[in-house]
Design a protein around this ligand. Structure first.
Ligand SMILES: Cc1cc2nc3c(=O)[nH]c(=O)nc-3n(C[C@H](O)[C@H](O)[C@H](O)COP(=O)(O)O)c2cc1C
Length: 275
């Protein structure tokens, strides 16, 4: 394991490590307007939503590491306190990369990237019509960390209006991850497309047994991994008919591991119990 003391490591190196290690990050396409009404559009991957009461969206335009210059997005938001945040999917990812080029303040990146303005209801800046999920938001707080080149700013905004494309909604009113097709940012030039690596994990709606409840023989298995043990322990209770002194341990564990790799937890338990 390599260790890095942030008192010693350079800022570009910290950036390289953090964006590579804390990923994938969703991408916000933030539209703002200056006092004269000029529209600005830029992507930010230091971004997420927090809570529902109020519903908060947060993103971070940093001061340029090279010049110390503030991003137009932040200057506009401080001036007019309104923005839209449109979620980026695979369909528009090449255009948002184009919008991130360092155009002068006042240049409309909708025009540069060929994206279409979606009129907003409660704020002045438009959303991105091609995005399947657009939030209208108002600035609640600006938190500045140092004000030095490379330092971050948290723009904490309240979401006041949502626009969700019919094309990504399922019959029960939820958003289908296969249809919305979000992309996320990794380190350097790398992105990922969420639906290609998609898998399902049941959400625990009740108290589950936990790995500490598994028989010692399973917990100390040289074959079963932490992931396998978590699969076996994600039941309300461990099967009562588990043998107290099982034989053929290795064979049973190997069989169970194969079933667990296919996601078949009940067949794995049968393989472990039945001798
Ligand atoms: C996918 C992607 C994510 C980005 N995330 C951030 C970010 O979180 N913070 C940041 O300061 N810049 C980020 N950038 C760079 C800004 O988009 C870029 O500096 C842009 O020119 C800022 O525009 P503005 O000055 O018009 O606000 C990102 C760029 C891309 C392509």
């Amino acid at each position: 394991m390599r260790t890095f003391d942030l008192d010693i490591v350079s800022h570009p190196e910290i950036h390289r490590l953090l964006v590579g290690g804390v990923a994938p990050r969703p991408i916000a396409l933030v539209a703002t307007t200056d006092k004269a009404g000029h529209v600005n559009l830029s992507p930010f991957s230091f971004f997420n939503v927090f809570g529902v009461n109020p519903a908060v969206v947060c993103f971070s335009p940093a001061y340029s590491g090279r010049t110390g210059k503030a991003k137009d997005t932040m200057l506009n938001l401080l001036d007019t306190r309104e923005c839209t945040v449109s979620v980026v999917n695979f369909n528009i990812v090449h255009q948002i990369s184009l919008a991130s080029a360092p155009y002068e303040r006042g240049v409309d990146e909708f025009v540069k990237s060929g994206l279409t303005k979606l009129p907003s209801v409660k704020v002045a800046p438009p959303g991105v019509a091609e995005s399947p999920f657009v939030m209208e938001a108002k600035l609640l707080q600006h938190v500045e960390f140092g004000g030095e080149p490379g330092s971050a700013n948290m723009m904490i905004c309240e979401i006041v209006m949502l626009h969700v494309s019919d094309s990504v909604m399922n019959e029960s009113g939820g958003i289908d991850p296969r249809l919305i097709d979000q992309v996320a940012r990794l380190g350097g030039p790398y992105y990922t497309r969420a639906r290609d690596g998609l898998f399902v994990l049941p959400q625990p709606g009740q108290i589950l047994a936990g790995i500490d409840s598994l028989p010692e023989e399973l917990r100390n298995s040289p074959i079963l991994t932490g992931k396998h043990l978590a699969q076996l322990a994600s039941l309300p209770a461990i099967p009562e008919d588990y043998p107290s002194n099982p034989s053929t341990v290795q064979t049973r564990h190997k069989k169970a591991a194969l079933f667990l790799e296919q996601g078949d937890v009940s067949a794995a338990w049968t393989a472990l119990i039945g001798e």
